[in-house]
Design a protein around this ligand. Structure first.
Ligand code: PEP
Ligand code: MG
Length: 584
């Protein structure tokens, strides 16, 4: 068993197809003066074919997963039209009498070396794009073979050193059961796409394999846990086959609850909304019965491209989501960049403690120019639905007011420009920092709603970095301190009559449901796949029982006691498949 990085959820079992490396063999002959015109024609024909191919992939990807992902290829098309890149190639042919493929190869090497030398992540990314496009052009000039899929056209598990988005599209995603990469990160474009296609994926197995994987070898990919098995024993195969079957059956069974109202046996309702990070994810959320979006993580709109998104680009995404929700509420969280979320094209400072650093609302208040663009886009989109604004990582009343000043400036600008925009937009905040909990009563006087971000709130309350594997065991959602934080937030909100939502991962942990019901939370915002398990549990859990349980939980002094009591309660409600759904 190999433990690598889980990049896209799900289990895949199948034969490996190892993508070979293609080595270019470049012709050595020199051109005569009389050949130049013909050589340019060859070059232009290669460019034309490359463009057609890129456009084709873009359309396919657009239809499959949406324009956000397919915009990767716009950058590739732009390179083929870039005068500097093209002049370099033409100059080599014209002045050095080299054939088109040699000129292209030398131009790629020239720009890639130049960009690689710069200490700038954005430029390094551009170098990768140039390599990708340049190789495509070379392929057309050299008449190199396409990647040959396994002859039997049977679905396979792709094993590749590093996956590029174009490779994944070219390989026909419907044939790819799973993906294993030697290097790469789960935030890469290819990983984003694998998730969009629902293809299980593990990354970063380099240095962990006893021997290289060969084509035809049986492998098991568990993208949820990041586990890879190569040439597994028959009993492992049966275990994973069974696990995969159960995962599918469970999904099917739960889908029958999608349209059932989320209501406890004693008549208490709790809105179950979705966390999304792109328009494309909305469909899965709606299929799972999401009633609105409680957290739109807009940073992915900023991460999945090579520059800051324009107002128009943001507006069209926010508008599309608002319209698709058909009147259900949409909470758009303003940019939460920093911490573990970086932008390829904008270098954030190197920090000792990035989670405590220049991030989220702090970044927005420092870059009010960018912040205002986002707020203008949200204000304009808000006439298409029930849209709310939410600021992340608020620690003081001043921050909230300063952010609202930018919002007012955005309103004034739109007004002066004659744009239509929503005038009654509600503005709330995330409660993610103990300081915000401590002054929740003061904040509640000014904000329209609270949304508790348990991911950050737990790490800051317990001083446990959630990314640090050495102290992972100390990241304890059922710590009595966390419980008290939650209660303090709800009490402050009640006193001031504002709603409280929960949108961190703990919202999707079925064991925590009696805590939300007991506290009287208004809305849970969950990842799409967590909605139905939580709803099923709600249908069997009385709010009154939850309140009594919560009273008990507050008496315990240790996380262990709180957790086991919550688990016992949960097991009593859903005896049949309790252990399947308890989060690890
Ligand atoms: C949270 O901190 O709980 C939250 C929802 O924000 P994120 O996970 O995006 O930091
Ligand atoms: Mg957070």
């Amino acid at each position: 068993m190999i433990q690598a990085l889980g990049a896209s959820d799900g289990i895949a079992i199948g034969k490996a197809f190892v993508l070979p490396h293609w080595e270019w063999e470049l012709p050595e002959q020199r051109l005569d003066v009389g050949d130049l015109a013909k050589e340019f024609d060859r070059l232009y024909e290669g460019i034309r074919r490359s463009k057609t191919e890129i456009n084709q992939m873009k359309t396919e990807l657009d239809e499959a997963v949406g324009s956000q992902e397919s915009s990767i290829f716009d950058a590739h098309l732009a390179i083929l039209e870039d005068p500097v890149f093209m002049n370099e190639i033409q100059g080599i042919i014209q002045r050095q009498y080299k054939v088109a493929e040699v000129a292209v190869k030398e131009a790629i090497d020239h720009f890639v070396t130049m960009f690689d030398l710069l200490d700038d992540e954005y430029m390094k990314e551009r170098a990768l794009d140039i390599k990708d496009v340049g190789n495509r052009l070379l392929k057309h000039l050299l008449g190199a073979p396409e990647i040959e899929l396994p002859e039997d056209s049977q679905p396979f598990i792709l094993v590749v050193r590093e996956l590029s988005p174009s490779q994944l599209v070219h390989l026909k995603p419907e044939l790819v059961l799973g993906v294993v990469t030697m290097i790469g990160s789960p935030t890469s474009h290819a990983a984003i796409m694998a998730r969009a296609f629902g293809i299980p994926m593990v990354m970063g197995v380099e240095g962990k394999l006893a021997a290289p994987i060969s084509t035809g070898e049986l492998v098991i990919v568990d993208g949820g846990t990041g586990v890879l098995h190569v040439d597994p024993k028959p009993e492992t195969v049966s275990r994973y086959t069974e696990m995969r079957k159960r995962q599918m059956e469970e999904k099917e069974r739960l889908l029958t609850l999608a349209e059932v109202p989320a209501i406890t046996p004693d008549g208490v309702t709790l809105t179950l909304a979705a966390n999304i990070s792109s328009f494309k994810e909305l469909q899965a959320a709606l299929n799972n019965g999401a009633k609105g979006v409680g957290l739109f993580r807009t940073e992915f709109l900023y991460m999945d491209r090579d520059r800051f998104p324009t107002e128009e680009e943001q507006f069209s995404v926010y508008k599309a989501v608002a319209e698709k929700l058909g009147g259900h509420s949409l909470i758009i969280r303003t940019l939460d960049i920093g911490g573990d979320k970086q932008l390829d094209y904008y270098e954030l400072p190197m920090e000792e403690n990035p989670f405590l650093g220049y991030r989220a609302i702090r970044f927005s208040l420092d870059r009010k120019d960018l912040f205002k663009i986002q707020l203008r886009a949200i204000l304009r989109a808000s006439i298409y639905g029930d849209v709310h604004i939410m600021y992340p990582l608020i620690t003081s009343v001043e921050e909230f007011r300063e952010a609202n000043e930018v919002l007012d400036a955005a309103r004034r600008e739109l007004e002066a420009e004659g744009h239509e925009f929503g005038r009654k937009i509600k503005v709330g905040i995330m409660i993610e920092v103990p300081a915000a909990v401590a002054i929740a009563d003061l904040l509640a006087e000014e904000v329209a709603f609270f949304s508790i971000g348990t991911n950050d709130l737990i790490q800051f309350t317990l001083a446990v970095d959630r990314m640090n594997e050495h102290i992972n065991h100390l990241y304890e959602p059922f710590h009595p301190a966390v419980l008290r934080m939650l209660r303090a937030v709800v009490n402050a909100a009640r006193q001031h009559g504002i709603p409280v939502n929960v949108c961190g991962e703990l919202a999707g942990d079925v064991r925590a449901l009696p805590i939300w019901l007991g506290l009287g939370i208004d809305e849970l915002s969950l990842s799409a796949q967590a909605i139905l398990p939580v709803k099923e549990c709600m249908l069997r859990t009385k709010a009154a029982d939850s309140r009594s349980l919560l009273g008990e939980l507050f008496k315990y002094r240790t996380a262990g006691d709180i957790r086991s009591s919550a688990e016992r309660f949960y097991a009593e409600k859903l005896l049949t498949s309790a252990t399947d759904r308890i989060a690890p």
